[in-house]
Design a protein around this ligand. Structure first.
Ligand SMILES: [Fe+2]
Length: 356
């Protein structure tokens, strides 16, 4: 054999390309990577195969439609409880100034919304949590303290980044493989003209390749969010199986997607007749969380704050209070939910406050 012949042995013997120290590695990384790799290699003959193959899936009727509609009503009642002219039945009142302060992605997280009783009821719905339990192979789960998105057709909000496409993945280049499954509890219909999730089907298969081959390592960030320019999107669009599509759902459906799948929330078209109403819910195994993350999660919970869409990591506290233009605290911001949840053992375990 000549010295220049490359054999399998010599390739596997090569040290991996040296990257700079991985800022996301912690004592749980190996467990998460091993668990996710095992799940990813499986074959299930159900929706899990679709999720793993295409990067997203819709679980039809995860909860009954009537229940989903009643949650939408709870959310509408909450929106109407701020003493503004907002009347959900009257389109002329669908104005930004009549709504509680929203995030820059048109989601509601302030006024302790992540911990309103109805939001916890949504998180504790068996149909939603069972899907995640089935995927992760355990019912010892943590749940995210994320937001609710309500998008009114025709409501103009040019400051909002969701007024135009904002394709991104929610996973840092420093992670290996599947790390997070995100979820949308659909509480309204999403037809072709309605607001909904846009996904780039199959893109999750190429995200890590893109990071390695097309994204300068200098620009890698530990932040689990990478937005793409239109030129970068073209790299994905050249892949023959990558397909951009709007996910169409009915109330009670659950959308799941891999955080490596390119996605964004699309606003309803002006002539849509549906107020898009969704709750972001994501669950992951409780043993994925470090002690540090659990301590942070407990602290945020005790302050009725929100975090990110991750349940076990990225416990980035959202504790912003709401201030009036004159700088005074908005008296409607009580620092706690208007209707607190029942602090059952089940809820406290999902919140990471009690251990399993
Ligand atoms: Fe996202």
């Amino acid at each position: 054999m000549s010295a220049t012949t490359i054999t399998t042995e010599t390739i596997t013997d090569q040290p991996k390309l040296t990257l700079r120290p991985n800022p996301l590695v912690n004592e749980k990384t190996a467990l998460i990577e091993e668990t996710a790799a095992k799940i990813s290699a499986g074959s299930y003959k159900d929706w899990r195969d679709d999720l793993l193959r295409e990067g997203y899936v819709v679980i039809k009727g995860a909860i009954p439609k009537t229940k989903a509609e009643s949650y939408q009503k709870d959310i509408f009642n909450w929106l109407e409880s701020f003493g503004t002219e907002l009347n959900i039945q009257d389109k002329s009142t669908w104005k930004k100034e009549n709504l509680p302060a929203a995030s820059k992605i048109s989601s509601f997280t302030k006024f302790s919304l992540p911990h309103e009783k109805f939001f916890w009821n949504i998180r504790q719905e068996k149909g939603f949590r069972d899907a995640f339990a089935k995927f992760w192979g355990t019912d010892e789960l943590l749940v995210s303290f994320d937001s609710i998105n309500v998008a009114f057709p025709g409501l103009k909000d040019e400051e909002n980044i969701t007024s135009r496409p904002w394709p991104h993945v929610d996973q840092s280049p420093y992670r290996n493989g599947l790390a997070c499954i995100q979820g949308i509890a659909a509480l309204s219909d999403a037809g072709p003209k309605d607001g909904s999730l846009i996904v780039y089907k199959n893109s999750h298969k190429y995200t890590e390749q893109f990071f390695r081959e097309a994204l300068d390592e200098e620009s890698w960030s530990p932040r689990d969010n990478v937005a793409f320019t239109s030129e970068q999107l073209e790299w994905f669009e050249k892949k023959p199986d990558v397909q951009k599509l709007k996910v169409l759902v009915e109330p009670g459906d659950l959308i799941l997607w891999d955080s490596r799948t390119i996605h964004y929330g699309a606003q309803p078209e002006a002539d849509s007749d549906t107020i898009r109403t969704v709750a972001y819910i994501s669950y992951s195994p409780a043993n994925f969380a470090t002690e540090e993350s659990l301590a942070k999660k407990k602290e945020v919970f005790e302050k009725w704050g929100g975090t990110s869409h991750w349940a076990h990591d990225n416990i980035n506290p959202r504790l912003e209070r709401v201030y009036l233009p004159n700088g005074e605290l908005d008296p409607r911001d009580k620092g706690e939910p208007s209707n607190k949840p029942d602090l059952t053992d089940d809820l406290l375990k999902l919140a990471g406050v009690k251990s399993y």
